[in-house]
Design a protein around this ligand. Structure first.
Ligand code: C5P
Length: 237
């Protein structure tokens, strides 16, 4: 079956239900806007399991997501939504592009979380934008931007606490949102939440257990993802 859409890490397929899609997680990994590519056996399975567990945990705490059900080890059923082209990044500690942009030392803790918006565009490399850009580019209204920020901060609060119980520091993460088709007014969490999209450091040793192991050639990439899944499942059991 031909996918309706193929992204860097996932494929989307139609199902018998016009309001539901099947999301398949691939083993491919990309970094630096796909300048760096590799394939890791089991990555699809690990990110499917981690996203599923985190989404269920968030749903139980009142955060609405696009998740419908699990199909198998690498496939989830999700509500068909229009993905907003505004990615939301929340940072609790300085890392990655934040350090590069402003020269603050990696690991510096913020007094309050920083919320950033970026334009979801492979062509332009997901550049940093703000509410005014989003409004003028027709990506999201000011009210929607405020809603995205509010929802992202709730997700952050829940996840900081959850990952802490897993012995992990939630340094930062990126999330995406979609507008549901059935009720245009509703904006729900969509896409994935995994070590591909979060920075997670071991609380005791500071070891990086996320995609930075791939970006920075630190090795043991899938071992780190396995460790995250093990801790998440233990905490939820
Ligand atoms: O690279 P940067 O520091 O801006 O990334 C912040 C967070 O957002 C990191 O957890 C990173 O994995 C995630 N991210 C992502 N997809 C992007 C850009 C960043 O998942 N396109």
């Amino acid at each position: 079956m031909e996918p309706l859409y193929e992204g860097k890490a996932k494929r989307l397929y139609a199902t018998d239900d016009p309001n539901v899609l099947r999301m398949e997680y691939k083993d491919e990994a990309t970094a630096f806007n796909a300048l760096k590519k590799a394939e890791f056996a089991n990555k699809g399975r690990l990110n499917t399991a981690i996203t599923l567990a985190i989404y269920r945990m968030l749903e139980a705490r009142g955060v609405e997501t696009h998740l419908v059900d699990k199909v198998d080890d690498i496939n989830l059923l999700v509500k068909k939504v229009d993905i907003l082209l505004v990615e939301v990044i929340v940072r609790n500690f300085a890392a990655g592009s934040f350090c590069k942009r402003v020269g603050v030392e990696e690991g510096t803790q913020f007094k309050q979380p920083i919320v950033e918006f970026s334009y979801k565009s492979d062509e332009y490399g997901d550049p940093l934008i703000n509410e005014d850009y989003a409004r003028e580019m027709g990506l999201a209204t000011p009210e929607e931007c405020a809603e995205l920020k509010r929802k992202a901060l709730v997700v952050n609060e829940v996840m900081v606490d959850f990952f802490q119980r897993c012995g992990l520091k939630l340094v930062d993460f990126k999330i995406e949102f979609g507008r549901t088709k059935d009720d245009e007014a509703k904006i729900v969490l969509a896409d994935e939440i995994s070590p591909d999209t979060c920075r997670l450091w071991d609380l005791e040793t500071g070891k990086k257990l996320d995609k930075d192991r791939f970006r920075q050639d630190l090795g043991d990439v899938m071992e780190a993802y396995e460790e995250v899944l093990k801790r998440v499942e233990k905490e939820l059991s």
